[in-house]
Design a protein around this ligand. Structure first.
Ligand code: NDP
Length: 287
């Protein structure tokens, strides 16, 4: 089975759009997401374009703030603080990676936690690990939705996550653990990666190395989620999983493109709606 991320992401965007219509009538204004990009990294520009397109589809307000590569950290922090203080702004997204002279963690921490639509703020990360209500990072949440929609059973099954980044590997491992999977996290120092991957009923790969996982590393019937986005020399995009050799072995697999990528964007819409709804209902409760 090919897990059609594009179709599932579209359903989610339609649900968000519907809720935006209702809530806009209730609260008297639309949700607002401001997106900040520094520099002109072509991959980042393309992600931002897709995010803006989705915000327009869902009926959000918002501003795209395009800053030159030379923008100082102080200037960026000043812009973020002004958005934090602006009552009309519900979500702030700073596209990563940032130019080398800017400290990413300082930027992440500058975003007000209640407007942190990416779920990267330390408070939101801590809440996730403490099982408290929070904003969950978009890509891991998108993966969980794909597993749910594809009817993949999770409880008691062995999930192997390859990659341990803060934005994908660690949070997806936590979400799978919450669903009672037995979770193994593999990384660049893991010995005999093939043997570990072959034990997986659910294999999530977020490494950033094109076609690294081959068919002989996958247990027959496993569900394989490919997070990787690698730009090849011919301009095409490839995942971290070698689709041609893995698809015949796997029970279900996400394609690249058209798998996890569109889900990340739809989950960003979901998180923005959530931030807006929380802020507006608090405001109404305090009036
Ligand atoms: P990072 O570079 O932050 O992390 C990569 C991880 O892979 C690290 O933990 C690293 O291990 C591990 N790794 C590297 N080489 C190997 C190897 N040979 N064997 C096993 N593990 C290895 O990447 P991200 O998590 O940010 O992204 C991963 C991929 O997912 C990228 O292609 C990225 O573009 C894509 N991505 C896609 C998204 C989407 O929406 N579809 C969203 C976010 C990312 P170690 O820690 O030991 O260095």
């Amino acid at each position: 089975m090919i897990i059609d991320g594009k179709a599932i992401a579209q359903q989610l965007k339609d649900e968000v759009r519907e809720q935006v219509e209702t809530l806009t009538k209730q609260y008297g204004r639309k949700p607002c997401l401001d997106v900040i990009i520094v520099g002109e990294n072509p991959a980042s520009m393309s992600y931002v374009k897709s995010k803006i397109k989705a915000t327009e589809y869902c009926g959000f307000d918002g501003e795209l703030i395009q800053l030159p590569e030379s923008t100082s950290q102080d200037e960026l922090l000043r812009i973020i603080r002004s958005r934090n203080e602006n009552e009309m702004v519900d979500g702030i997204l700073v596209q990563l990676p940032l130019p080398k002279h800017i400290d990413e963690q300082s930027v992440i921490e500058a975003i007000a936690q209640e407007k942190d639509v990416d779920g990267f703020h330390p408070t939101n990360v801590a809440k996730l690990w403490l099982n408290q209500e929070t904003i969950v990072p978009c890509t891991p949440m998108g993966i969980m939705a794909l597993l749910a929609k594809s009817g993949t059973p999770l409880e008691g099954r062995h999930a192997v996550v390859v990659g341990r980044s803060n934005i994908v590997g660690k949070p997806i491992a936590k979400l799978l653990l919450d669903k009672n999977c037995t979770v193994t996290i593999a990384h660049s120092r893991t010995a005999d990666l093939g043997a570990i991957c072959r034990e997986a009923d659910i294999l999530v790969v977020a490494v950033g190395k094109a076609k690294m996982i081959k068919g002989d590393m996958v247990k027959p019937g496993a569900t394989v989620i490919d997070v990787g986005i690698n730009r090849m020399e011919d301009g095409k995009i490839a995942g971290d999983v070698d689709f041609d050799s893995v698809a015949p072995v796997a029970g279900a697999i996400t394609p690249v493109p058209g798998g996890v990528g569109p889900m990340t964007i739809s989950m960003l819409m979901y998180n923005t709606l959530k931030c807006y709804n929380r802020r507006m209902s608090n405001l109404c409760a305090n009036q």
